[in-house]
Design a binder for this molecule. Structure first.
Ligand code: GDD
Ligand code: MN
Length: 375
């Protein structure tokens, strides 16, 4: 009796091709605990015999979304949780989810049930048999039931404006480039992945804008549902970030969204500075310039914290210690600022020319040092 060699060829694939995964549904979540099980049931009901999996990408939601997903994942191998810690951001979460997939096709869908999952089979069909690279669930492509009534009127107008701007940059015929609901050939994302921005909400826009060769795109109308549980995380900061992404893509990635944002905040600081300077001129130019610089510094700090560095936003005690660091760093050029401005002022030009001269000297120093030391 000798020992028997195993029947199976050790070089053969571990799984048979009959079970090959066809579709990964990537669901970014932040505080969506109450929606997890329902979403999985709906996906299961609509995808039927398709070989699918769903990967929830959760940024360590305080409501315990990840634990809820893992409770299901423990008994259902089609469900997975990518539990990220120390990071926040919808775009980054979506990209990581896509990169974790081994399926040829990947769908991205919100975790709050606002996207109509019954569109998934039609999207898959467009990619599988229609030869499309990308199928986009569109709120605006004219179907009778495509409307945005689940958004408020102001949000809808803003959304349409953002779409219009996006189309001008993309030069692709997309009626809803801001859509968070789409299905794409995984390879089309992998080739551009190193170039994608991980902040903001506009990952579809970024994927399309970053391609060297245009994608074959189809749009399918759907109705954006109202949210049942939890809150929207889209706020004004997200909108500003999107504008930064537009400029970055227009400049072929030469101007980074973060740099642009810092410059815009700086410009707002100049306005604050000049307003304070003007209103305090009576107390003497040097004093007025000093207080104006402090006012601008404080407003720059708060806006940068809320917008430019929103993914690393400081809160509570850290907000205060960050402010102290920011002030110390900004005080280094403050002396230079006041000196330059006072010299210019004494040579005679208008008060605002003098104020501006001082502010510009300080700005360059501030950008370089605070981006490294504070956030
Ligand atoms: N992992 C992770 N990290 N998920 C996040 C984050 C984050 O920082 N922020 C939001 N999400 C998740 C939410 O939990 C939800 O599942 C999904 O991303 C969309 O977030 P919402 O906060 O519900 O966005 P919305 O409904 O306001 O915006 C949706 O519609 C927009 C068009 O108006 C999204 O689909 C946007 O992508 C879309 O542009
Ligand atoms: Mn939503």
């Amino acid at each position: 009796m000798g020992c028997r060699l195993p029947d199976s060829d050790p070089t053969a694939p571990a799984a048979s091709s009959a079970a090959a995964l066809e579709l990964t549904v990537v669901v970014p979540t932040f505080n969506e605990r109450a929606n997890v099980r329902k979403l999985i049931r709906l996906v299961e009901a609509t995808l039927g015999q398709t070989r699918w999996q769903v990967i929830f990408v959760d940024d360590d939601s305080p409501d315990g979304t990840a634990a809820e997903v893992k409770a299901v994942a423990a008994v259902d191998p089609r469900v997975q949780c990518l539990h990220r810690v120390g990071r926040r951001g919808l775009a980054g979460a979506v990209i990581e989810g896509i990169m974790a997939s081994a399926a040829p096709f990947v769908a991205v869908m919100d975790g709050d049930l606002q996207h109509d999952e019954t569109l998934l089979p039609a999207m898959l069909d467009a990619l599988r048999t229609g030869g499309a690279d990308l199928a986009v669930g569109s709120r605006y492509c004219g179907g009778p039931d495509a409307d945005a009534s689940a958004l408020g009127a102001r949000r809808e107008a803003g959304s349409r404006l953002a779409n219009w701007l996006g189309r001008q940059v993309l030069k692709a015929d997309l009626s809803d480039p801001m859509s968070g609901f789409f299905m794409v050939r995984r390879s089309a994302v992998e080739v551009v992945a190193p170039r994608l921005s991980t902040s903001g909400f506009k990952v579809l826009f970024d994927i399309v804008a970053s391609q060297d060769r245009p994608l074959k795109i189809v749009e399918l109308p759907y109705t954006f549902r109202a949210r049942e549980a939890g809150d929207s995380k889209l706020d004004n900061g997200v909108v500003v970030q999107y504008l930064g992404l537009l400029v970055a893509k227009l400049s072929k990635d030469v101007i980074s969204p973060r740099f642009l944002m810092f410059a815009m905040v700086g410009a707002s600081g100049v306005v604050v500075h000049l307003a304070i300077l003007r209103s305090l001129l009576d107390i003497g130019f040097s004093w007025a310039q000093t207080l104006a610089a402090i006012g601008a510094m404080t407003s720059n700090y708060l806006i940068n914290n809320a917008v430019t560095y929103r993914d690393r936003r400081l809160r509570g005690l850290k907000l205060i210690s960050g402010y102290i660091k920011f002030c110390v760093l900004c005080s280094v050029p403050l002396a230079a600022n006041v000196a330059v401005a006072t010299v210019v002022f004494e040579r005679g030009p208008a008060w605002w020319v003098a104020g501006l001269a001082g502010a510009v000297v300080a700005a360059a120093w501030n950008y370089v040092t605070t981006s490294k030391a504070v956030w």
